[in-house]
Structures are given as C-alpha cells and as structure tokens.
Design a protein around this ligand. Structure first.
Ligand code: SF4
Length: 331
C-alpha cells in the first residue's frame, strides 16, 4: 500500500529532516476530517524523541493587572476593562511560597513567576530575590520567570538570582503581530530572547492561537521559533476570550483545530518540549486526553493566571490512564 502524505512527512521528520514551509503548509491545510492520520504521525514523532515522558509546569502571578501594553487578548492590559483590577496588585510573598509548595506537591517540574507589565521594575526584581531566598530556605527549586522585556544587564541579574529559564512569547507570526499588539514590536521581543540566551537562561517561548491569525501565520511562527529562537520549551496557548478585552467576541477554537496546531508544531519542532498552556480546558474540552497524542510533551498544571483548568489530581490521573510517565527533566 502506498504511503499517505502524512506518513511521508512523518518519515522525513523521523529521518532527521527539517520540513520546509511548503511542507508545513500541507500539514496546516490537512483536512480535519482526516485528523487521526495527522495525530498518528505526530504521536510517532513524539514517541521517538520523548518516549512515554511528559512534564508538568506551574505558574503563579507575582504582579497582576495595570499593564501599560495593549496585547489584544490580555485581561491584564490597563487599556481593557475586565474582571482584573485596573491598578497593579502585587501577590503576597507567603502566597507565592504556598503556591511553590503546591507546585512541588503536584509534581510540577518547574514553577514560574509571571508578572504583568512591559519590563521588570526594581521592585519586581527585589520581589523575585525575596522569593528565591524563601524557596531556597524551604529547599524548593528556584523559580523560573516571565517578567517582560529584558536588556543584557537585567537578564544577567536574573541569572544571578538563580533563574534557570525565562519565558517570553513571540505570540504569533511577525506578519500578524501588529494586528494584535501596537505598544511594542516583534523585534523588541526577539531582542529580549537574545539577551536572555546571552545571560545563559534557557528559553521558553511560544504563542497564542485563535487571535484571527491564518494557518500561514502559525507555520511562520513555528519556523521562526525553530530557525531563529531555538527555545527549550514552546508553550502553546489557545485564546480564552475574556469580556472587556479587544478579542472578547472572537469565537473559540474547536478542539480539532487545537489538536491540529499541536501536531503542526510537533512536525516542525520534533525535538522541542511542546507545552499546552492557557485556554486548554475551554478550547479542548474532553479532547484534552488527545493533546499528548497530537504531540504535546508537557502542560501547565493547576490554576492559570486569570482562568482555571482541570485539577492537578485530574491531570495526574489522565497521564496515568494514558500510560505516560511524569518526569522532572527529559533525558
Ligand atoms: S505585556 Fe503581558 S501583561 Fe501586558 S498586556 Fe501584554 S500580555 Fe498582558
């Protein structure tokens, strides 16, 4: 029997070849009615490079709301009138440490402090230093961070504070970006990623889908990540439209579209940890069980920044039921 196009592409990836943009577009425009073939191909690639291993990661907000920026999807932008307070609210240190303990109990492999705002302030850095000191005192692993734009000096300071990995997303393709963010540019984001890498920080960098972007934009984002950024982890967020934001009326993505996006990224970034992050429950629903078969290798466990997901117990049960194994690090 002759091979299907998906089998051909999956064999190329398994042979170590990097797919072209044109081949990415074949995957992107694959008929959702034949989704199973795409998922089988993505699953074979995931199993080749990661076996049964999957990771959990958890996040906590260190500072919420009042952001100067205008990211169209974000409930924390001070330009949006949402359920998030307009002014910035800093999270109490004890609460952050409690979340870190919970994260360890939930067997999350990393714990990330996420702040609203364009770039870290002096107070943000002092808060992070206090957090790291408290975590060290409790023999907990140092936190990762997502604090916005970095210059070389600030990135080096974070490395000195024990931050191992820095999250800063590109969010979408260069071509679509200006439609959803006007207050800072794509090149600003790339400059931050370069500064973080130069300081020795591992990169966690991905995007958000469902903003109105085309499949071409999704392919272009994946290729920019693969060829320019080369992050350790690619978080995949799916828009959860929030009342009061500029994208409040966007329709939610269907579960098949989300699975296709995950599979597309697995084919284009075969060896990269793909983390399903925001909007998982609301967009994937019962199909969350299929996210690993689509190629995901990790997910955020516990509460998200402005929305809730499944409980950690439900996620642990799902992983066990699927015959997968929770790990701290991929070998
Ligand atoms: S910079 Fe971050 S916190 Fe501010 S609006 Fe954009 S996504 Fe939201």
């Amino acid at each position: 029997m002759s091979k299907t196009k998906i089998q051909e592409l999956s064999d190329l990836v398994l042979d170590g070849q990097a797919l072209t943009r044109e081949q990415g577009l074949v995957l992107a425009h694959w008929d959702e009615g034949r989704l199973e073939e795409l998922l089988d191909g993505a699953d074979a690639i995931r199993r080749r490079h990661f076996g049964r291993a999957v990771r959990f990661c958890s996040i906590v907000s260190g500072k919420t709301g009042g952001c100067s920026e205008d990211c169209a999807w974000c409930a924390q932008s001070g330009r949006h009138r949402t359920h998030i307070p307009e002014r910035t609210v800093r999270t109490d240190l004890d609460e952050i440490v409690r979340s870190a303990r919970q994260s360890a109990d939930n067997r999350a492999a990393c714990f990330c402090i996420v702040n609203s705002g364009r770039r870290p302030t002096q107070a943000d850095l002092e808060q992070l230093a206090a957090i790291q000191a408290r975590l060290a005192g409790e023999r907990l692993a140092p936190a990762c961070a997502s604090l916005g734009e970095l210059d070389d000096a600030t990135a080096a300071r974070l490395a000195g504070l024990g931050v191992r990995r820095y999250n800063h997303n590109l969010e979408t393709s260069r071509g679509y970006y200006a439609r959803v963010v006007s207050t800072h540019g794509y090149d600003d984001r790339l400059a931050t990623l370069r500064a973080a890498r130069k300081a020795g920080l591992e990169l966690c960098c991905g995007g958000i889908f469902g903003l109105g972007e085309r499949w071409e934009d999704r392919v272009d984002l994946a290729l920019t990540l693969r060829d320019e950024v080369r992050p350790h982890i690619v978080p995949l967020n799916f828009l959860h439209p929030i009342a009061g934001t500029r994208l409040a009326d966007r329709p939610r993505l269907g579960s098949a579209e989300c699975l296709k996006i995950i599979a597309l990224f697995r084919f284009l970034l075969p060896r990269t940890d793909l983390k399903v992050a925001g909007g998982r429950a609301v967009n994937l629903g019962a199909a969350q069980r299929d996210m690993f078969r689509a190629g995901a290798t990790s997910c955020i466990v516990g509460n998200l920044l402005t929305t809730c997901g499944p409980t950690p117990e439900e996620d642990r049960r799902m992983v066990a039921d699927l015959g997968l194994e929770l790990v701290e690090r991929f070998s």
